[in-house]
Design a binder for this molecule. Structure first.
Ligand code: FES
Ligand SMILES: [Fe+2]
Length: 344
């Protein structure tokens, strides 16, 4: 599991009702809660009295109250009230649970899952569009491999095939030509851009744009976020995917779709939300079949030999980036003798 990273624990709209929200990220059970004054805290999801989930409780003022015997926990993890304790008796400082540092950015709550001294806010991906555009989100649990999932999300070539029944038209087509991806590779991120042919239906063109070529930008931020950013002259569709292991075999994916000037104005705006959410869910479902099949076969063939064509420039750079960044997390004893991808 990859620690020392900021993970997207929740989107702000998820916390509207002030109910505690349980989440599991890289094997840790967390509870997120918003106090009456609006402060947001992330604690371990465990009451230290009798070990039940605090997410079964409720928010009371600035505290999170366990629903079992009413112990109340503060944002710093300390227990501030034990109803059954005599008034004059102080609660020892040792009665506390683990807390996780949080930051609110881009309408999301980010949680640091690692050593506090290594905390670095510059590692939060630049999801600026979520500050200004409307967006919808959905979650999926995938029996998949983290690396293969990350790689597939920035794969330009699968869209015309896997998504042939959903977004092929509105995203534009590729015609098997060699593509200039204009890659920019950093220490822990990779971005690029290329053009797709606009061959959508008349309905799609009317709402998205009539220009012949569609500028498509993409990005990956190690180890958990990808971006697909489709630019029409006036309109824009941005799909973020944030993904992490919840246990050894399952990856949770949060997909967020944001848009600018598509289906504008009342009542079309409500149609836009419905349309974007339905499309987004369909896109992920189309991917899941391949991602799960990918893992099943990889598990049976641990040397996971791959074939790569010269046009898979992005995949090659991705594999290098992934390897460089995962090295500190791999225990020497667990290193498998992986074959390098073979270039055709
Ligand atoms: S288990 Fe939480 S108060 Fe008793
Ligand atoms: Fe896909």
């Amino acid at each position: 599991m990859i620690k020392n990273q900021w993970y997207l624990a929740a989107l702000l709209p998820e916390l509207k009702k002030q109910n505690p929200l349980p989440k599991k990220i890289i094997g840790k059970e967390l509870v997120i809660f918003k106090t009456e004054s609006g402060a947001i805290h992330v604690l371990e999801d465990r009451c230290c009295h009798r070990n039940v989930n605090l997410s079964l409780g409720y928010v009371k003022g600035e505290h999170l109250k366990c629903a079992y015997h009413g112990w109340e926990f503060q944002g710093n993890g300390k227990c501030g009230c034990i109803p059954s304790l005599p008034r004059e008796q102080e609660i020892p400082n040792t009665v506390k649970i683990a807390t996780y540092p949080t930051v609110q950015k881009h309408n999301c709550i980010w949680v640091w899952m690692g050593e506090v001294e290594k905390m670095d806010q510059s590692k939060i991906p630049p999801m600026d569009e979520l500050d200004e555009y409307p967006f919808v989100y959905n979650y999926h649990d995938i029996k998949g491999d983290l690396q293969l999932i990350a790689e597939s999300l920035i794969d330009a070539y699968h869209i015309n095939h896997v998504h042939r029944n959903s977004i092929k038209g509105m995203m534009g087509n590729l015609h098997g030509e060699e593509i200039a991806f204009n890659l920019n590779v950093d220490e822990a991120s990779l971005t690029g851009e290329y053009y797709r042919h606009n061959e959508g239906s008349i309905f799609e063109k009317f709402y998205f744009g009539f220009e012949k070529k569609i500028l498509t930008k993409f990005g990956f931020w190690f180890p958990h976020s990808s971006k697909l950013d489709i630019h029409f002259k006036k309109r824009r569709l941005v799909i973020y995917e944030h993904f992490y292991q919840i246990d050894e075999n399952t990856v949770r994916m949060c997909q967020i779709t944001a848009w600018k000037k598509i289906f504008n104005g009342f009542p079309l705006f409500f149609f836009a939300k419905w349309f974007m959410l339905n499309k987004s869910i369909r896109i992920v479902q189309e991917d899941i079949a391949f991602l799960e099949s990918n893992k099943k076969i990889k598990d049976k063939r641990p040397g996971h030999d791959l074939l790569i064509t010269p046009s898979d420039e992005v995949s090659l750079e991705f594999i290098k980036l992934w390897k460089k960044n995962t090295q500190p997390y791999e225990k020497a004893t667990e290193k498998e003798d992986r074959k390098e991808a073979q270039v055709l």
